[in-house]
Ligand binder design. Structure first.
Ligand code: GDP
Length: 184
């Protein structure tokens, strides 16, 4: 099992991405980064179920968290992630967390657990695959998510296909990466 000791040095700024399996996390990362195949910086094995760090620039990284919510992930495997996730949460570099939520499904139990875990870090929810909804359905999804988040996180509509919302997500990412860590 990969250990937190293999994380890159805790310097600079990093932003994490998380979401249920199939929510559109990989597509969102690619759309936001505008490139594919970012270089991995950690020595962690390249299994997508583990944490992957990607170098963006000098001392700037994104961290791809394992997808959650699928029964195929064993309880043992889930438990083995916890120390890694805890080590991530405690890193000085961590500036914020994007949570990718399928706009058609809205915020579900696993997303709730992640929100609880992430506090007091800043969280921004991308309501993904918004292109699959009509404008009014999308607006309802955003309103419902905003209600469910109740001030704990911000949210926006997002589509990797039409690139709707990519600009706002990029601004959020850039702000977190250059900003000071807020007082807790
Ligand atoms: P991940 O498991 O969360 O990383 O999800 P992926 O990025 O692999 O996407 C899961 C599926 O949803 C794939 O079939 C994608 O093509 C599709 N998908 C992802 N983002 C979008 C989107 O914005 N719009 C639509 N229509 N499909 C998407």
């Amino acid at each position: 099992m990969a250990a937190a000791g293999q994380f890159p040095p805790d310097l600079g700024a990093e932003v994490a991405f998380a979401g249920r399996s199939n929510a559109g996390k990989s597509s969102a990362i690619n759309a936001i980064m505008h490139r594919r195949g970012l270089a991995r910086t950690s020595k962690l094995p390249g299994r997508t179920r583990l944490l992957n760090f990607f170098e963006l620039g000098p001392s700037q990284r994104i961290v791809d968290l394992p997808g959650y919510g699928y029964a195929s992930v064993s309880e043992a495997e889930r438990r083995s992630w916890l120390p890694l996730l805890e080590s991530l949460r405690q890193r000085e570099s961590l500036r914020g967390l994007f949570v990718i939520v399928d706009a058609r499904r809205g915020i579900m139990d696993g997303d709730e657990a992640l929100l609880q875990w992430a506090l007091p870090h800043q969280v921004h929810v991308l309501l993904s695959k918004a292109d699959k909804l009509s404008r009014s359905e999308a607006n309802s999804a955003l309103a419902a998510a905003t209600r469910a988040l109740a001030g704990r996180a911000t949210a926006q509509l997002f589509s990797a296909v039409t690139r709707a919302g990519v600009d706002s997500a990029q601004e959020k990412l850039a702000g977190w990466l250059r900003g000071e860590k807020p007082l807790e």
